[in-house]
Design a protein around this ligand. Structure first.
Ligand SMILES: Cc1cc2nc3c(=O)[nH]c(=O)nc-3n(C[C@H](O)[C@H](O)[C@H](O)COP(=O)(O)O)c2cc1C
Length: 211
């Protein structure tokens, strides 16, 4: 294990521009759609971020995820599908309208679609999810490094058949939306979870309960 790190700056061996990238990544926080303004990412910028997403660890290169960008001219059609789903769920007209409006939230929109069924015994489904999660993280980081704010949102729309069937092929699942745009102000950290993200293994023994 490397030991030439100092407290509070565990990456002292990095040189610019990697050091700048580290600092930038450490400052990625989600930005709510209401704090996002035009412009959103262009298709080329979505593609650049998706190419970073494709660097996710992917056992047997199954590529169990893909992103689907919804064009500006397609948002109205998506909104009608959100409304259709809300109607099918028996929601009252005001909530149907709120569902319709949610599809129009934020300047840019992409769907995260995951192939969530095992196709090889060697690669269990949980590895598909891990790969897709890593891909999502890299997509968000890519958008962030280009100066965009973004937030991942799911909600009931992702399980509405009227919406999901418009994005998914057989065996796929519509997991979430990535909403992206230009942050109106710098994103800031929210109160997080203080549980440790790293520990040292203590093998189970007479003095340890394991873990
Ligand atoms: C797949 C997925 C779906 C999510 N869906 C929602 C959601 O519907 N509503 C919500 O408030 N946050 C949702 N989140 C969490 C936010 O995207 C975000 O991570 C959270 O607000 C914490 O912000 P941070 O990214 O700055 O830590 C979701 C996250 C993931 C990974």
């Amino acid at each position: 294990m490397a030991s030439d790190t100092s407290p509070g700056n565990g990456h002292t061996r990095l040189e610019p521009p990697l050091d700048a990238a580290w600092e930038a990544l450490a400052l990625r926080f989600s930005v709510s759609p209401r704090h996002l303004a035009e412009p959103g990412p262009t298709l080329a910028q979505w593609l650049a971020a998706a190419e970073l997403a494709a660097r996710a660890p992917d056992h047997r290169a199954l590529r169990p995820f893909r992103f689907v960008v919804v064009g500006d001219h397609q948002r109205a059609e998506l909104a009608e599908r959100f409304a259709q789903g809300a109607t099918a769920r028996g929601l009252p007209p005001t909530e149907v309208q709120a569902a319709r409006d949610r599809a129009l939230n934020g300047p840019g929109l992409a769907a995260l679609v995951v192939q969530a069924s095992a196709v090889l015994d060697e690669v269990p489904v949980h590895e598909h999810w891990i790969c897709a999660g890593a891909a999502l993280m890299n997509l968000l980081n890519g958008l962030h490094l280009m100066g965009f704010g973004a937030k991942t949102l799911s909600g009931s729309s992702v399980s509405d058949p009227a919406v999901a069937e418009a994005f998914c092929r057989e065996g796929e699942q519509l997991v979430a939306w990535v909403i992206a745009g230009t942050p109106r102000h710098a994103a800031h950290a929210r109160r997080g979870n203080d549980s440790p993200v790293l520990g040292l293994w203590r093998p189970p023994g007479p003095e340890s309960a394991g873990g």
